[in-house]
Design a protein around this ligand. Structure first.
Ligand SMILES: [Cu+2]
Length: 700
């Protein structure tokens, strides 16, 4: 895996000065001035490396990289065209990488426009396959930052061209630089770089097939109801949905030992009952790398009649197999967990934290499931911090393998600290993260890793405080986990909706029990929620656009209230399904609603005609064919959601190499922390944002 950071060889000031001098040389030499970006203009300065400064090094380029290695970076006459190419040779390497990069300054770094996409092309030869295209972006507020590695390059003894399309340029970005890294011993030669704006103007909405659907989308309440209380929902890789109720928050069902699970088929509306071995009500769940579902914890007992003892957590754990529709028991966890977190790591293992234990007190034991050994590790095998994380703490895997506790949780207010933190399991350290507003009013808020996962930004929305009955608020906060010292910054206010009877929300009124669903066009659908603890449903839905950090308000609203014990999630056909509602009177709404977003009313959908392989390796290139031009491809991890909590949900960009209209090579990340192993939904979408139906692929 290529390292994510580059330590400059010169101080920033010296580098800027050198850059200006070299750029001046460049302009004097060939009279080049910056040209505005438009199609077919090569935006790379000195792309053939033919113009060198007094030091013999190509102007607008620099030697870069880091780590403990022995290397040379300079020009060679072994060129693809002209008389010079760039050669990077590493003769000894303990760690790190080396590369020639475009200079990070105003004159040399290519200028970009937010939302546009660019085809990057380079000719290269390499004696090793340990090469990657590496991108940096200039943030107008934060300065130069590592962005992503959109492609890896195989070894080749003859000149080969690599072309890769960038994701849409993120907000606040005005320039990018890039180069090719080598991170093993060997020789990499590059030449004839180019960068071309390939953005297609967004078509006018003449493709609209339905004026209302086109702007607001449409909901359909199914003409049947779920056979179980849909408190937990898992999108299975066979296209069906696992709905887990356990006792379903019904003490009489618990007393009778009646625990329920059903597998729902959205294509034909059928339900298949699954024998349920324990009360999996308020368990945790996550897909394992083979697509089976690991379920941990759950409800050992309801509160005592006199209210002095609360809910108790099970130590039981099961694996649900979609091939057989059966649960198989694993060994027990170290501690009971009622409302545990469940996060899959880059190696396929699972960390589970928090919840209530067998005696109803808070569980401070870390539980760790080994993918290789298919068991929960014993006490002496797990690194313990004995920290109290609350209930359903939202733990998001970061690209460096650490976990980000977003501050979203269920109940359990009043934890010490700033309300968010970074947890490094490897070292057992927990670092407070500042900036989250009203940290003690984040009960039943929701957090999501924004598209694309490579940008490492998390959005946290709404929440309340069920313990004191506080009114849910409209705050959203956004954090960039790539920053040197990440901190939440205020995001836009959540749009307001209406309460029962059509009463409009006012002032600070927002929602708890909110659902956030990543859509295949790279936006986030926000739906459902309530103003107070198990009361006052809010009818409001919007679409958040991560490239502009804004909400598009006024989406169609689910006719069914979706408050406590409700969830919404993406179906592989691009629609959104919503289940559950468990208001304070103890009733439960088993209706199913399905939302068709506006993109399904904007003309023909592109189709993925073929996928060369459905088993994908990290760092590989995967060929697909489509029936019409597409602008973007992604992998979306299928939902495993409950209580506004699905910290494994993610949209992983697949930078494209376009081989013609209908053949596309997809560049798969080499970093398993960006896309943990497992089954994913592969989507493409066209210039109008209309997505395909997904194909299922297994990564890692
Ligand atoms: Cu619950």
């Amino acid at each position: 895996m290529p390292p994510a950071e580059v330590v400059p060889m010169f101080s920033p000031e010296l580098r800027r000065t050198l850059g200006r001098l070299l750029a001046l040389t460049l302009m004097l030499t060939i009279g080049l001035v910056a040209t505005p970006a438009h199609a077919a203009t090569n935006l790379v300065q000195n792309p053939g490396l033919e113009i060198v400064g007094s030091d013999g090094f190509p102007v607008c380029w620099e030697r870069s990289g880091h780590g403990d290695n022995t290397f040379t970076i300079g020009t060679t006459t072994d060129a693809h065209s002209g008389s010079r190419a760039m050669r990077v040779t590493i003769t000894e390497l303990t760690n790190g990488d080396r590369k020639a990069m475009m200079l990070e300054n105003a004159e040399c770094a290519p200028r970009v426009e937010v939302g546009h996409q660019y085809d990057l092309s380079v000719w290269y030869k390499s004696t090793t396959a340990a090469n990657a295209v590496t991108l940096f972006r200039h943030d107008t507020e934060l300065g130069w930052q590592y962005w992503l590695d959109p492609a890896t390059l195989p070894a080749t003894g003859t000149w080969q061209q690599k072309v890769v399309r960038t994701p849409p340029i993120p907000a606040n970005t005005d320039q990018i630089t890039w180069g090719v890294s080598i991170y093993s011993t060997g020789t990499l030669t590059t030449d004839d770089y180019s960068m071309v704006d390939v953005s297609v103007p967004t078509p006018t909405p003449s493709g609209c097939t339905d004026a209302i659907g086109c702007t607001r989308g449409k909901w359909q309440v199914m003409p049947y109801e779920a056979t179980v209380r849909g408190i937990h929902a898992v999108m299975l890789h066979n296209g069906k949905v696992l709905l887990v109720a356990g006792s379903g928050n019904d003490p009489s069902a618990f007393a009778a030992g009646t625990f329920k699970t059903a597998v729902y088929d959205p294509t034909n509306g059928t339900f298949t009952d699954v024998p349920t071995p324990a009360d999996l009500f308020c368990a945790g769940h996550v897909q394992l790398r083979d697509g089976r579902v690991l379920v941990m914890g759950g409800n050992k007992d309801y509160p005592s009649a006199d209210g002095t003892v609360g809910y108790k957590g099970l130590r039981n754990s099961y694996i649900f197999d979609p091939a057989t529709n059966r649960y198989v028991r694993t060994n027990d966890m170290l501690a009971g967990h009622w409302y545990p977190s469940a996060t899959i790591l880059g190696n396929g293992d699972v960390l589970s934290l928090g919840g209530l234990g067998e005696d109803s007190t808070g569980t401070t034991t870390t539980d760790y499931f080994s993918s290789a050994e298919q068991r929960w590790l014993s006490m002496n095998e797990v690194k313990q911090t004995w920290s109290w994380w609350g209930l359903y703490p939202a733990m998001v895997l970061m690209q460096d393998g650490r976990l980000f506790y977003t501050g979203s949780h269920t109940f359990g207010m009043g934890l010490p600290g700033s309300g968010a933190s970074i947890y490094d399991y490897a070292t057992g350290t927990i670092t407070d993260v500042p900036g989250l507003r009203r940290k003690d009013e984040r009960d039943q808020s929701m957090s999501v890793l924004l598209p694309p996962a490579q940008d490492q930004r998390v959005l946290t929305v709404g929440g309340g405080n069920g313990d004191i009955g506080a009114t849910a608020h409209r705050l959203t906060d956004i954090i960039d986990l790539k920053a040197a010292n990440p901190r939440y910054e205020p995001g836009p206010l959540l749009p307001q909706g209406t309460l029962t009877g059509g009463v409009p929300q006012s002032g600070d009124q927002g929602k708890m029990y909110v659902s956030l669903v990543l859509l295949p066009d790279g936006t986030v659908f926000e739906t459902g929620g309530a103003l107070h603890n198990r009361a006052d449903p809010v009818f409001e839905a919007s679409i958040f656009d991560p490239t502009t950090n804004t909400f598009r308000a006024g989406m169609a609203t689910d006719p069914v209230p979706r408050t406590y014990h409700s969830s919404a999630f993406l179906l592989p056909d691009g629609r959104v399904m919503a289940v559950g509602d468990n208001p304070g009177n103890g009733s439960f709404d088993t209706r199913i609603s399905i939302y068709s977003p506006p993109y399904l009313f904007k003309g023909p959908r592109p189709q993925i005609r073929s996928v060369a392989s459905t088993t994908w390796a990290y760092g590989s290139t995967q060929r697909i064919t489509v029936n019409s031009p597409v602008t973007r491809a992604s992998l979306i991890r299928p939902a495993a959601v409950t209580h506004s909590s699905d910290p494994n949900q993610r949209f992983v960009e697949l930078p494209m190499t376009v081989k013609g209209t209908n053949t596309i090579d997809l560049n798969v990340t080499s970093n398993p922390n960006l896309a943990p192993p497992g089954w994913y939904m592969l989507f493409v979408h066209n210039a109008n944002g209309v997505p395909s139906v997904a194909k299922w692929v297994k990564l890692g």
